[in-house]
Design a protein around this ligand. Structure first.
Ligand code: TXA
Ligand code: MG
Length: 336
């Protein structure tokens, strides 16, 4: 199939709406990562998303809305605490799991009576949802397993020829996906760390529980609360290791590795003698979130046998970055 490149202007938005209304799939920008969107009420269109990405059938999708009015058709019950979070974190990198209405089909969340909902902070995509009048089911717009896309070029590299169109807009500002919280249990539970930090969440939900899948390898055959967390994810083709340690120890360690590259902090750069990719500043977790997926994509072009990634702290948005790198490295962690 021919994939159209659309501009993020009036005409591009109009064409995107037409494609979506006609059952097509379009990659759209959000503040977190690019999403691959379809009309959430069109089962055939939603099925195309799974096919284009090569996504496992049991991994449910997030429905994207543009205002609180749309929420009523999608969520059957909205607890007071969820409304408080919506007020505080929307529009933004925050996803709520709520009981679903009968309008949400099995193709969105197979075998579940819940649905994931998010109101993204991106004017172009908000306008596409508003003008089409359609809530959009959208996972990240990458091939399943590969790092999430934070530029339209990343989407193109993964999905050209497999989807109807890509809206070419800016690089994503946050760079990691949304924080996923389930409100279907008391107290609510954090299933996936993301753009909204645990510290921010505790400001609204003091007793929020951290799901153990956030920092641990899921046991084989065990039920996982957020199905997406059980798959090998975000992985470069180069064999990857996550390395925990101070800057001096990290630099000394990687300098003994030939045929390898390091994904490191700005602070490490001058001490490292093997090829490097810098993904930001150790002290600024936001910079690391912004660039982590681009670094994981770039590393494969360097043709090394192994990559050693300097682990961020688990505070702030660093927890989300750590969570993604843990999966990218197949849970292989080296502590110095
Ligand atoms: O920032 C984001 O969230 C991006 C942009 C495009 O909005 N989307 C995204 O979608 O990351 P995706 O499909 O790559 O990740 C959705 C995550 C998966 O881990 C999935 O298992 C989980 O949310 N999820 C979706 N519906 C769920 C449900 N009903 N119950 C539990 N987990 C759910
Ligand atoms: Mg994804």
């Amino acid at each position: 199939m021919e994939t159209k490149k659309l501009k993020d202007d009036k005409n591009g938005i109009k064409t995107a709406c037409e494609i979506l209304k006609n059952g097509g799939i379009v990659a759209v920008p959000t503040e977190t990562v690019y999403g691959l969107a379809a009309n959430c009420y069109d089962e055939d269109a939603v099925k195309k998303i799974f096919k284009a990405k090569g996504r496992p059938q049991d991994n449910p999708l997030i429905v994207h809305i543009c205002d609180m009015e749309m929420l009523k058709d999608i969520a059957r019950e909205i607890p007071e605490i969820a409304l408080k979070c919506a007020e505080k974190f929307w529009p933004g990198p925050f996803t709520m799991i709520l009981p679903k209405t009968e309008k949400i089909g099995d193709c969105i969340s197979p075998n579940l009576d819940t649905v994931a909902i998010r109101l993204p902070d991106n004017e172009i995509t908000a306008e596409i949802i508003r003008q089409s009048g359609l809530p959009l089911a959208a996972p990240s717009a990458n091939r399943s397993g590969s790092p999430s896309p934070t530029t339209p070029e990343h989407v193109w590299a993964d999905l050209e020829g497999r989807i109807d169109a890509v809206v070419y807009s800016d690089e994503c500002s946050v760079g990691v996906e949304s924080t996923v919280v389930t409100f279907c249990e008391q107290p609510p539970r954090l299933l996936r760390p993301g753009g909204i930090t645990p510290e921010q969440l505790r400001g609204v939900i003091p007793d929020i529980v951290l799901d153990k899948a956030v920092l641990a390898e899921p046991e084989k055959g065990k039920q996982v609360a957020s199905p997406g967390m059980k798959y090998k994810h975000y992985a470069p083709k180069t064999e990857s290791f996550l390395v925990e340690g101070e800057s001096d120890a990290f630099s000394e360690f990687v300098n003994s590795k030939s045929d390898s590259v390091a994904i490191c902090f700005k602070e490490d750069l001058e001490k490292i003698k093997i090829p490097t990719l810098c993904y930001g500043e150790a002290k600024s977790e936001e910079t690391l979130a912004h660039s982590v997926f681009a670094a994981l994509r770039e590393v494969d072009e360097m043709g090394a046998k192994e990559v050693y990634i300097h682990a961020p702290t688990k505070t702030g948005i660093g927890l989300a970055v750590y969570n993604r790198l843990l999966r990218a490295s197949g849970f292989k962690v080296i502590t110095l």
